[in-house]
Design a protein. Structure first.
Length: 448
């Protein structure tokens, strides 16, 4: 190669002398102001050619040098990337083996080489969360968030950190950020809904569920929307927020006439304001739509306080005629007669139920008391013996159709599982069902 270059230079010099000999003409070449030098034309031309050639060679050499540097850097980066991937695989394997301390070391080595390695930052945060070190988990996940603010995986990891650390407000902010980025993110809706439920933020839940229902037209989600409407209304101050509560209950009844609670609570509001006529109207409407026995109890109390037993007896008889297959309504009429000291009528109804094979434990106690008042001591004792195993009080208990929990008074929600619209008089149970795990309802219905 060197010999070729040397020969090329000799040939080039010989060509210069040869051409100079043939071309004796000169021109004045000025390189400085006021000064010029005579230069052979052939020498000038050849010199320009040489200069151009050397310039091209220099540019080519510069390009090759640059390529060489870039290649070296790419090889270094590839080697570094390969090493980082090896460390990452090592860290993941440690995690799968539940060797979290070693996993932390592997991920930390990655961050030492590349402090902005997103996956390593996320994994570091996850490991610290597994270990219960929530401040460190939050710190690493916040670093990852700063690198990519719109990364949903990072936001969900950070939200989980806050929830585990008990920082509910911060977790809410994170899931709200997710919804700003992706307004139809179902997971964010569900997490945010869970947080609001834990803090009992019913109005926030109501607004959130309205948005959720707008794009997820699921019957169960509609029932949940009604549930949040109900909870928002029941947690309002009936005195200060009366109009708002009335509107919420009224809106509920427009969308779902089968819910018992809105009728009950709306009637109570009217009655508390001295509007007995409106209260009775809404309770009668509620009984007509649902057949729920709680309305009979409410109407009993009103008419008995008004010393108008005839009206409530009429309502009970209409209920018996409407639900002839359900002995509970006959029992309630007999119980009403018992309270009114109409012993013959009460005894006739209850004995008729006994002959039909109905075995309500409370009915046996009342029948025993009726026999005792009649002086039929032996029959009374027999009835008391039949009911003693049940250990039921005289009042009629309300039982939850979902978890079996019993309570003495009707409420909008079961006090055990917190489901709405599930309480009903359940006289057939000889003992309460074992309570099921509590939780918010996905679907509810009245078990009248």
């Amino acid at each position: 190669m060197i010999i070729r270059v040397f020969l090329g230079i000799l040939i080039f010099i010989a060509a210069i002398f040869y051409l100079t000999h043939l071309n004796q003409g000169t021109i004045d070449l000025s390189l400085l102001p006021g000064k010029s030098w005579p230069v052979s034309v052939s020498l000038l031309v050849l010199s320009a050619v040489v200069a151009g050639a050397f310039l091209m060679m220099g540019l080519v050499a510069l390009r090759d040098t640059k390529r060489g540097i870039v290649d070296m850097r790419e090889k270094a980066r590839a080697k570094k990337k390969e090493k980082i991937m090896e460390l990452y695989r090592e860290g993941v394997n440690h995690l799968l083996s539940k060797n979290r301390d070693e996993a932390l070391k592997s991920f930390q080595k990655i961050l030492d080489k590349d402090p902005k390695h997103m996956d390593a930052l996320v994994r570091m945060g996850d490991v610290y969360r597994y270990q219960g070190n929530y401040p460190e988990a939050i710190r690493y996940h916040n670093q990852a968030r700063a690198l990519d603010f719109g990364n949903l995986s990072v936001l969900f990891a950070l939200g989980k950190d806050f929830r585990r650390a008990g920082l509910q407000a911060e977790a809410v902010d994170v899931y709200q950020s997710v919804l700003k980025i992706d307004e139809r993110n179902v997971s964010a809706f569900l997490k945010l809904r869970e947080l609001h439920e834990q803090e009992g933020a019913w109005e926030k839940l109501l607004e959130l569920q309205k948005d959720f229902w707008n794009f997820k037209k699921d019957p169960k989600e509609k029932e949940r929307l009604h549930y949040y409407q109900l909870m928002s209304a029941t947690h309002l101050d009936s005195e200060q927020d009366r109009d708002k509560a009335v509107k919420l209950y009224s809106d509920l009844l427009k969308t779902d006439k089968s819910m018992v609670a809105p009728y009950v609570e709306l009637g109570k509001i009217y009655k508390s304001q001295g509007q007995d006529k409106e209260a009775l109207k809404i309770w009668n409407r509620g009984f007509k739509e649902t057949g729920a026995m709680v309305f009979l109890e409410l109407l009993d109390k009103h008419y008995l306080n008004q010393e108008d037993p005839a009206s409530i007896i009429k309502i009970h008889k209409e209920a018996v005629a409407r639900f002839p297959e359900n002995p509970a309504y006959n029992f309630l009429l007999g119980k009403l007669y018992y309270r009114l000291e109409m012993i013959d009528d009460a005894q006739e109804i209850l004995e008729s139920l006994v002959h039909q094979g109905v075995q309500f434990p409370i009915m046996r106690q009342i029948l025993g008391d009726l026999y005792y008042k009649r002086g039929r001591t032996e029959d009374a004792m027999e009835e008391f013996k039949k009911s003693v195993d049940f250990k039921r009080p005289i009042f009629t208990p309300y039982a939850c159709g979902e978890c079996g929990h019993e309570q003495s008074e009707w409420m909008s929600l079961c006090t055990n599982c917190h489901r709405p619209n599930t309480l009903s008089i359940n006289l057939n149970q000889t003992s309460p069902k074992e309570a099921m795990p509590s939780g918010l309802p996905a679907a509810v219905s009245e078990n009248a």
